[in-house]
Design a protein. Sequence first.
Length: 489
Amino acid sequence: MSNSKQRPYEQENYPASPEIIYYGDQKFNYTVIQEGVYPPVAQLKFTEAPNYFPVPDNYIIKTTWGRSNNCQTIQCSIYYIEGNLHYLICFGNNFQHQVVSVQSTFDASVELHNIITSNKKTAVSGVHLYGLQLKCIDRNRKSKLWALKLHDESSKTTQIRHAKGLAKCAQINFENSIQNYYNPKDHIVLKTLEFTVQNKDYYTTFGEKNPNKQKQKLQSVVHIQDVENVPHDAYHYFAAMESKLPQKYAISQTRQKIDAHIEQLIPINFVDLTPTITPDFSEEPDITDPIIVEQVNSAIGKGAYRSIKKILKYIVPAYIQNEKLDPASPIIHLRISGDGHNVEQKVKHVMITVALLDDSAKLFEPNYHYTVVLFPGTENYSTLKIAADTLIRELQELSSIGMVIDNICEIAKNQHGDRQTEWIISKKMSILNENPKAYLDHHSPPLFNMIPLDHYVPDKLHIMLRITDRLWELVLQEIKNEGLFNDIT
């Protein structure tokens, strides 16, 4: 006579696959979520007779059983809390309901069946619900070393994995303990966990991340770095000390994305200036940052230009949104400015910027001056003509819109000593366009010939410096001519 009772066996490829099918008196489908570990022998507990299966800690498994028309799926967890076992079963469509027992797996199973199958008098084996009979999981646990390595001796990957595991366990324990301290209708959310291992800080956030919030935070940090001139290495040290700050690699990636986006909107075009570069080492350096010095030296002979029309297309909507421009008015007033800096004592760095005069409150803030031309070299006519060629052509195209550009006002040399003269601009750009030498001391065609001369405003600081330089040059020349140079020095 054959024995109709089926011999139990496991269909599995564990741990390569977390899915396990157990065939016995009843079929069970398991998915291992967290394998758990066996505590030290002195603390390890076992199930009741006759099997005495060892009970793991931090163990989570999803169990499905029953026929297709009456299939049940639950999530079972086991934890050692202060040396005592806690058996947890979560059930429902989203595992939103739970039962907890501190007695045994059988007691937890009875509590569950009193709710989901109250019309039946029998309950499924608690051992089978928790999958404690599964030999493949038991075998894999026992194959691991009992003693964990010291934190400093573990690899970085292992350190992170242990930190995540501890954070996950803390989250589960927190959620399981809520009902003991708060009303079920209270909305309790665990947001962060911070702990230290061997003087190394770990900071964990829980819940779903908001991509838009994260993106905005990263962009804000990049903005602060640029505005406050925070070096990358300095921020790296800050991030190492304060775990709540975004990591340096995330900031770097965000910066690259912003650069790539702006490069698409306002591309940088290069201009060959090699024939016109004449280095001047006579002046004191304005910039000594070694990184900037290296970049400028490598760029000798090259100029850069960004389309003023594309810049306007990018910034004007923001000015309209901030009510600095009236969309009903077709006129935008622009200020074109230029200046130079000495980078070390090697290369003079020249920049031309554009600003909107319509926003007078921001006119003297550097963040609202947008660079259109940048090149290493001196402020001379020939270099400026090549570097600003595209800018000039675009301004010619925009001249029909109407604009105001602040620049230098020229007056004739033979009138310098006449204090009775009322200084007004009497020259006409139309005459200079026809004959560049029509006025005294004019030798070359004006570069920005689309702007009427009465729209030019002198830069008083530059004029004062030019006059001072010229006066000192004359004083020294006179001393030299009188033969008094050696006596005075």
